[in-house]
Design a protein around this ligand. Structure first.
Ligand code: SF4
Ligand SMILES: [Mg+2]
Length: 325
């Protein structure tokens, strides 16, 4: 993706929208994503937060956010966002709220609510064309209740509800549900996958989304040290490996038209990503699980083969590559 606005890290706001010392786990990728997302959105935001890890940020009556925040149940954050958007619009229509006092409305939710419990209210909000941002921090589990399986859990992962046992030695053998494609069916104005290891790419997608009125949706890979089992200092490295191995494609869809925003010049083998995480330890110890590793590699290879076949430009050149500086 040719960046129009975020050409270097100096472009990112130096204002910190998220106070330090929050109660989330050390190295939480969700907090990294939220910080970058909030910086790019600015401070005039109302966050509508579905129950999950990020709701632990707030200790009534305080939050560490430089913006407004309301809490909802897991099922209904987009419905809450509709109410906030309507209230703002009614106040504007009555002349009680100036244009400079308007707020962006952003749902903040984990993958449990996004993929399962809140999916129907999200699909309804997209269908209605609600003018809102939606950030799903995807830690591929129900993280704050102890790393139970969600529809977003990665193939081969150990979870609390799929432990490694003699009758289940490979981990979870369900494919991760493709939330990007579920949302893309409705052709929202803007949709993207992002990673905290690519802050310029992440910020640029929010800049690009800001040109559109309607649903603007983001799925952010969220390394989770306690659930994925790695040292908190490696969160950004793990997020980078997910992209470099091709496991986490960075892409956008504008009114349903997909383009990849960053394509690695050379893909690393998926085991470089898997071997760094305890949730996949059983694939390497006490002996390698060649079948499951090969399955994950084949899934990634098939995805990128399809991309190459579809994203060759009219002059026959492959889709452009661009590395984060
Ligand atoms: S459980 Fe994972 S996603 Fe939740 S706060 Fe901790 S590190 Fe973040
Ligand atoms: Mg989750």
């Amino acid at each position: 993706m040719k960046r129009e606005f975020y050409k270097s890290l100096r472009t990112n706001s130096h204002e910190e929208p998220l106070g330090p010392g929050g109660p989330l786990c050390a190295g939480c990728g969700g907090q990294l994503n939220l910080r970058l997302f909030h910086k790019a959105l600015g401070e005039n935001v109302v966050f509508v937060n579905a129950a999950g890890c990020s709701t632990l940020l707030a200790t009534y009556p305080l939050t560490p956010l430089n913006s407004s925040w309301i809490y909802t149940a897991m099922a209904c954050a987009p419905a809450g966002a509709q109410g906030v958007r309507d209230a703002l619009d009614i106040l504007k229509a009555k002349g009680k709220l100036g244009a400079d006092q308007d707020r962006k409305v952003a749902v903040l939710t984990g993958d449990g609510a996004a993929q399962d419990i809140g999916l129907s209210s999200t699909m309804a909000a997209i269908h209605r064309g609600l003018d809102f941002y939606y950030l799903c921090y995807d830690n591929e589990s129900y993280g704050n209740t102890g790393f139970q399986t969600s529809a977003s859990t990665a193939y081969g992962s150990r979870t609390a509800t799929c432990p490694i046992t003699p009758s289940s030695p490979h981990g979870l053998l369900h494919e991760k549900r493709d939330l990007f494609e579920i949302w893309r069916v409705q052709k929202p104005p803007y949709l993207a996958t992002v990673s905290p290891a690519y802050p310029l790419d992440l910020s640029e997608t929010i800049y690009r989304a800001g040109k559109f009125k309607g649903p603007k949706l983001f799925i952010a890979l969220t390394p989770c040290p306690p659930g994925w089992e790695f040292d908190p200092e490696w969160s950004v490295e793990i997020a980078r490996l997910a992209v470099e191995t091709g496991i986490w494609p960075l892409k956008e869809a504008i009114h349903g038209e997909v383009a990849h925003t960053h394509v690695p010049r050379k893909f690393a083998p998926v085991e470089n990503y898997l071997v760094r995480q305890g949730r996949f330890r059983h694939l390497f110890e006490p002996k390698r699980d060649e079948e499951t590793i090969a399955h994950i590699q084949a899934t990634v290879n098939n995805y990128w083969s399809a991309v190459r076949n579809n994203e060759v430009s009219s002059d026959g050149a492959p889709a452009p590559h661009q590395d984060e500086p």
